[in-house]
Each structure stands twice: as structure tokens, then as C-alpha cells.
Design a protein around this ligand. Structure first.
Ligand SMILES: *Cc1c(COP(=O)(O)O)cnc(C)c1O
Length: 379
């Protein structure tokens, strides 16, 4: 089935009791049983909910996986993956990733005895070199947030298989429309569904998708035991978002390309980070593992002062100054003080994330208005 058809029909069957074409919002905490232990497969809504079940099926289908699990946020999905591990286990993680993931690893899980090694995964030899007998998980993000670095998923999958470790890929930035890590050998795909999957900046949610039944059982056990499940209304919103993923992503890609090219030729712009440029270091890998380059990008100005960056950030009228990404509306963000403030400054600078970097989530408005807005803000 082609992507457009799959996204519109994924997970949704007419409701068996009424024929409703849209999956109802089953706003219930429990289910009446016919006799003790005799039920319709639903006992208590932390463990099972029909709206969530439809969405989990949709998650599996859109990532070409067998199983999907929904969580109350992206970080809750990440949290569940780390809870597969035990004290003494080691994780190799990318040195350039979502600030909240780094915070969860360093501030929450390190104290439980899980070790994290951060490496530049754009060179997969660094990953191979960091493997030890205790390595149980490799965690990567590609493209990365906010520098748009690219890691070769198939190459890292080969390293993880050889080491007997799991590979989890945070696929939030690409979305399933542009990239499917399970097809490239990853064991788990994670999304912040808050972003492109929901697509309308109206819901917080996360998900995990996998092929292995045993792994699914372990993660489902964590989902119900720890309880970070999304409510049925939130599941409904993401189910609705997925139906237009392909149309939105096509426009994000078109607008993204035009914006990246505009910025690159702007006399006051120093550098543009966008993985669709043929001279981007990850371009060859990106064009192999992705179907397009999306609407996320970052840039710096020739006047590299923080004040100048803050001036631009405060001068847009169409772009809204806000954290998050992937919605229909365009957002502008200052990673150093907003999304990535939880990463210590030395770490940030070392990884190339300067204080003056500006990140754009290019939405699906008319591109002429978006370019005019950024142009007048740069001034
Ligand atoms: C937003 C984001 C997360 C965290 O997801 P939440 O839904 O905010 O909990 C994880 N990874 C990436 C790449 C993100 O952009």
C-alpha cells in the first residue's frame, strides 16, 4: 500500500457497535465484566483502551513495524526503553540530541547505575569503538536536533547486532514519512508524537514501535506497570493527525527547501544547517535513508552576538517564538536558552551548538509569507 493510503486508513476500522467511521474516544477508566475474568479483552484503562489500541496499530503500520505502544509523552517513551536496562548496563548515545533525552539520561538514570557514553555517531567508527561487554543499548537521533547531523542507521544497526545490543532510533525529526529505521535494522523506533505525528501543536504524546514480540511484551509490561499512558482524547488527536501526515510533510519539505536556499543566499546569514544541501556532510547518507529533507533547520548570523540572535528571535510576526516543532504553524526557537538549556554550556559549545544559533520549524503556511517574515526579522 502506498503511504498516502496507509496514513489515512492506519489503525482505523469502523466502530463495531455503531459503524462510526472515526474511532470513538473511549473516555472510560474501566470495563464491565460478564463474570470474574470474563471480559471483552478490556479490563482497566491503564492496561487497555480501544482508542489507544487503534492508535497503537496505526503507529505499527506507519513505521512498518509489528507492534506500537503509546506513551503520555516522548520522554515517557524514552523512559520506558531505559527501564529495560539494569544497573551496570551501558548505553551508547549520540552527543547531539534532544536536550530532554540528555537530561533524562544524566539526571534521572545515571543515579540508578546505568552508564551513558556520549559519542559523535555521525562517524559510526566512534560507535564501534565505544562498545564494551556491558553495552546493552545504542540510542541515536537522525537528523539531530538542532544541528541536523546525520547518522547512518544501517551501519549502526550492524554494529549493535554484532554487539548483541538493542538499537533505538529517535525518529521524531524525520517522521515516518521520510524515514523508517526498522527497515534499516533498528530494533525500536521512538517518536515524540507531539511533533509531526500530531502535527497541530495540540497534544503531548510519545510512542515506540518494534518487530520483536518478546521486546513488545517487555515494553508493554513497563507501559502498564509504570503507567505513563496517554488519555483517549490525546490518542484520538494523534489518530487524526496521522491521516494528513503525507500532505503536511510534502509541504514541510517544499517550504523547508525554499527557506534553506533563501537563508543560504542571505548576505547577513553565516551558516545554514539543513541536511538537504548537497555539501552537507551527511547528504549522501541522508539521501539514501530518507525520502526527503523536511522543514527543520538552524542558522547563525554573520553578526554572531547573542543580542543580534535575540533581536531576530523577537522580531518575527508569522513565526511564533516557541519550543516544539512539527506543527502546521511555523516556529522559531533559541536552542541555547530554550529547548537545549538543560545541556551544560561547555557541552553545547563543544558539540557546535553556539549561543547565537536560531532554529526554525518551517510550517505549511504560504512560503512567500514565511520568507518575507524571516527577511524582515533579520533586517
Ligand atoms: C520533543 C522531542 C522529544 C520529547 O518528546 P515530548 O513529547 O516533548 O516528551 C524527544 N526527542 C525529540 C527529537 C524531540 O523533538
Amino acid at each position: 500500500m502506498k503511504l498516502a493510503t496507509k496514513y489515512i486508513h492506519a489503525g482505523t476500522e469502523p466502530d463495531p457497535s455503531t459503524g462510526a467511521i472515526m474511532t470513538p474516544i473511549y473516555q472510560t477508566s474501566t470495563y464491565v465484566q460478564e463474570a470474574p475474568g470474563v471480559n471483552k479483552g478490556f479490563e482497566y484503562a491503564r492496561s487497555q483502551n480501544p482508542t489507544r489500541k487503534a492508535l497503537e496499530e496505526a503507529y505499527a503500520q506507519i513505521e512498518n513495524g509489528k507492534y506500537g505502544l503509546a506513551f503520555s509523552s516522548g520522554v515517557a517513551a524514552t523512559d520506558a526503553v531505559i527501564k529495560l536496562l539494569s544497573p551496570g548496563d551501558e548505553v551508547i548515545a549520540a552527543n547531539d540530541m534532544y536536550g530532554g533525552t540528555y537530561r533524562l539520561f544524566t539526571k534521572v538514570f545515571e543515579k540508578f547505575g546505568i552508564q551513558f557514553k556520549y559519542v559523535d555517531t555521525t562517524n559510526t567508527e566512534n560507535v564501534a569503538a565505544a562498545i564494551s561487554a556491558n553495552t546493552k543499548l545504542i540510542w541515536i537521533e537522525t537528523p539531530t536536533n538542532p544541528l541536523m547531523n546525520i547518522t547512518d542507521i544501517a551501519a549502526v544497526a550492524a554494529i549493535s547486532k554484532k554487539a548483541g545490543a538493542l538499537l533505538c532510533v529517535d525518529n521524531t525529526f524525520a517522521s515516518p514519512y521520510l524515514q523508517n529505521p526498522l527497515d534499516l535494522g533498528a530494533d525500536i523506533v521512538m517518536h515524540s508524537a507531539t511533533k509531526y505525528l500530531g502535527g497541530h501543536s495540540d497534544v503531548i504524546q510519545g510512542c515506540l514501535i518494534m518487530n520483536d514480540a518478546d521486546l513488545r511484551e517487555k515494553l508493554y509490561f513497563i507501559q502498564k506497570s509504570c503507567g505513563a499512558v496517554p488519555g483517549p482524547m490525546d490518542c484520538f488527536l494523534v489518530l487524526r493527525g496521522i491521516k494528513t501526515l503525507h500532505v503536511r510533510m510534502q509541504r514541510h519539505c517544499e517550504n523547508g527547501e525554499k527557506m534553506a536556499n533563501f537563508l543560504r543566499t542571505h548576505p547577513k546569514v553565516q551558516q545554514v544547517y539543513w541536511c538537504g544541501f548537497t555539501d552537507h556532510p551527511g547528504y549522501a547518507v541522508a539521501s539514501q535513508q530518507m525520502r526527503g529533507f523536511g522543514g527543520m533547520m538552524s542558522f547563525t548570523l554573520k553578526d554572531d552576538s547573542v543580542e543580534n540572535a535575540k533581536r531576530v528571535l523577537s522580531s518575527t510576526h508569522v513565526f511564533a517564538l516557541a519550543e516544539s516543532l512539527g506543527g502546521v504553524e511555523s516556529l522559531i526557537n533559541h536552542p541555547a536558552s530554550m529547548t537545549h538549556a538543560s545541556i551544560p554550556r561547555e557541552e553545547r559549545i563543544k558539540n557546535g551548538l553556539s549561543d547565537s544559533l536560531i532554529r526554525l520549524s518551517v510550517g505549511i503556511e504560504d512560503i512567500d509569507d514565511l520568507i518575507a517574515d524571516i527577511d524582515q526579522a533579520i533586517g
